[in-house]
Design a protein around this ligand. Sequence first.
Ligand code: 6FA
Ligand code: ABL
Length: 535
Amino acid sequence: TPYDYIIVGSGPGGIITADRLSQAGKSVLLVERGGPSTGQTGGTYQADWLKGTNLTKFDVPGLFESMFTDPNDFWWCKDVTVFAGCLVGGGGSVNGALYWLPSDNDFALNTGWPSQWTNHQPYTAALKARLPPTDAPSTDGKRYLEQVSDVVTKLLTPQGYTSATINNSPNQKDHVYVHQWQTRWPVATYLQTALARPNFKLKTFTTVMNVIRNGSTITGVQTNDTTVPGGIYPLNPKGRVILSAGSYGSARILFRSGIGPTDMINLVKGDPIAGPLLPPQSQWINLPVGFNVSDNPSINLVFTHPSVNSYDNWADVFTPGPPAADSAQYLKNQSGIMAQASPRINFWSALGATDGVTRWMQGTARPGAASVTTSFPYNATQMFTITAYLSAGIKSRGRLGINAAMNAMPLVNPWLVDPADKSTLIQGLKNIVSTMSSVPGLTMITPDNTTTIDAYVNSYDPATMDSNHWVGSNIIGTVAGKAVVDPNTKVFNTDNLFVVDASIVPSLPYGNPHGLIMSMAEQASAKILALAGGP
Ligand code: 6FA
Ligand code: ABL
């Protein structure tokens, strides 16, 4: 069957777009390369302590840290060298549930959004209505394992930080600390309303390799589905394809469709499977796919404090399971420690920079640590991490692309390339630790006192500066060649190919980007529906 809209990828971008287009009565096919995630989507990946329920690893927020330590990590895209979720819900099914409604600045002209995009409020309001934020994800309204939060509050208060309910005042992101999360995910909300419609279909375990195009006109998508002729899913006349395969996934589909810089398309041409599927070179479309890439540079500081419970660094939460009282409490009514992902407190400050351009810094604190490098003896049961991210205002950009094996990867790292980004983040880290003496018992173990903050940042392994917040590879804009998609999210020089995912976002928001991406998808679907010439 041909479709009005074929959407590639069931991450936050793809799910929200699929819901809004199917709500408008269009026939919509959502194609996802991965399989089910949460129990509601048919997922079955359970810890022993969850047997007898329909709750999977992707349902229980307290299992979040086990995403990074479980040897059976089938949910990551194996052909992308950075973390990317390849399952129903995409990154939204494996992320840390930090959820910030976008601020006005996140969609401002000076952040690169076209003028048609600055009025984000109605779309953000629509998002908030579907996915309300919460101060306490535990069903009893309490917050658990709050010691890290208490210690960090003591550290920040002398610096002038105050408490805020951030999603009630998203514009207020200077010297505030907050407790707030996402309760429900797009798969539990937007995907469910879409699935209830007869004009919507979700196809899992199916990979789109490229779009089928004749010059500027797309007629369908090429998949690995051997049950249909040629593996092709066709579009209706006037139909449209929307790529929502994520910052790496959508860029790769464009390269494999003959769209992007010539060096990338030439790699595709040399591949025995992808090469023959390319359109003739006369039809290649040269756009800056993969350039303008941004991700927050993030640096971890690891501390210990006698009051802190590192929760055994989350090592046991999946297998054999959390302490019996905690698993029992969660199973009883989804309350307690396991009702929350690892982060306990977040904070922001605006930082002046040597080039006169303000940068924002976000801090996220959690029990435990991903790694410790120290000359100190330390008590691992008391450790916690503050991750400092440099966010809005950063100038550094990198490039992503593919290699000859068609794996997607960073080609030029985007972190701290700009000297003022680097000096500003160093200043921000120094600010964080400047009041340590006001918190008795607080010790920083990484870096330890034999390493200065400057030396620590200078020798930081770039591979661990990755924040998983990749944006910009299919940057939105008004000028073809400078941008990849136009203000309606349509790929320049095509008639009916669109991109709606993190890749079109021109610069990073103040905080973790999931909220911004979902508001963006609300707005993009409205623009696509309003655009003449469609089905
Ligand atoms: N963002 C937040 O705001 N808060 C967080 O706490 C947070 N944490 C994380 C995190 O802990 C991790 C490990 C990761 C990876 C990301 C985090 N993020 C967080 C970022 C946030 O999740 C992402 O920015 C967001 O998910 C991006 O949404 P998109 O819609 O742009 O793209 P996805 O990668 O989520 O989804 C793409 C989908 O397309 C996947 O389901 C994939 O399987 C599918 N796909 C890819 N290629 C395909 C193909 N060729 N054919 C069919 N399907 C394809
Ligand atoms: C995010 O937005 C980041 O993308 C994640 O990297 C981060 O989780 C979550 N939010 C929660 O703050 C961290 C884990 O806490 C670490 O244990 C892990 O090593 C790291 O992601 C890997 O990037």
